[in-house]
Ligand binder design. Structure first.
Ligand code: DC
Length: 231
């Protein structure tokens, strides 16, 4: 398995994309790009710059601020995870807050922001050997990727997973609130004009409502082995 490939994992919010992507990247010793973390970081920056309390003209004004911002992924050896830094500050936990989660869909609709974050992802993946999770990785960011996976799961199981994650980081939120937010984000993801969540025709769809992580990984590694043995 010497030939490095690009593996894209797109799908609905909280469908378990990042859990799988992390495990696959660890096993293959590939880089992991959490593209949602990029959009969340920009949302955090926008909240800090108070753009949500201003009009569209000020939103446009936000782009130059973004251009001056230093956004970087760094591998954290101690916790086996990719940390994300905004102007040198580790914002790994801050981007998971309810406030950021509620605003990120608005940020993900702005074409200039998508363009910038797409270039950043392509740059990280230029030498292959990456696993990337997102919404448009397979059909837009890396349309020539060797393995494309599309994840889905019932709204109930996805809401429950997100609810557990938020509880773990101490957010005071109800299951119903999380469920409503997910329904809203699904709608925003699907109906976005630019780069909406979409299943590529050449992707493998996995509905993990009733699948364990091990079962999903076994399935995915069958495809990875096929792809890496024919190139
Ligand atoms: O995967 P996540 O929940 O951390 O993503 C956060 C938000 O970012 C999600 O509401 C949709 C948006 N997003 C996007 O538009 N494109 C991506 N490639 C990744 C995430």
């Amino acid at each position: 398995m010497n030939q490095k490939i690009i593996i894209t994992i797109d799908g609905y919010s909280s469908s378990g994309k990042s859990t799988l992507a992390k495990k696959i990247s660890k096993k293959l010793k590939y880089k992991y790009i959490d593209s949602g973390a990029l959009y969340r970081s920009v949302a955090l920056l926008a909240i800090r710059k108070k753009i949500f309390y201003s009009d569209l003209w000020n939103t446009k004004n936000f782009i130059p601020i973004l251009k001056e911002t230093n956004l970087k992924f760094k591998w954290n050896q101690k916790y086996s995870q990719t940390d994300i830094f905004l102007n040198g500050e580790n914002i790994q936990h801050k981007i998971r807050s309810k406030q950021v989660t509620n605003k990120v869909s608005l940020i993900a609709q702005i074409p200039e922001i998508r363009e910038r974050l797409t270039l950043m992802q392509r740059n990280i993946g230029k030498n292959k050997g990456i696993v990337i999770d997102g919404r448009d990785a397979g059909h837009y960011v890396f349309p020539k990727s060797e393995l494309k996976i599309f994840m889905k799961g019932s709204i109930e199981i996805r809401s429950y997973r997100r609810y557990q994650d938020l509880k773990k980081i101490g957010e005071k939120v109800s299951y119903e609130e999380v469920r409503k937010n997910l329904i809203h984000r699904d709608m925003m993801d699907i109906s976005r004009n630019i780069s909406p969540l979409k299943k590529s025709v050449d992707s493998i769809e996995i509905d993990n409502t009733f699948l364990s992580i091990e079962e999903q990984l076994n399935l995915i590694f069958k495809f990875i082995n096929k792809r890496t043995s024919i190139i």
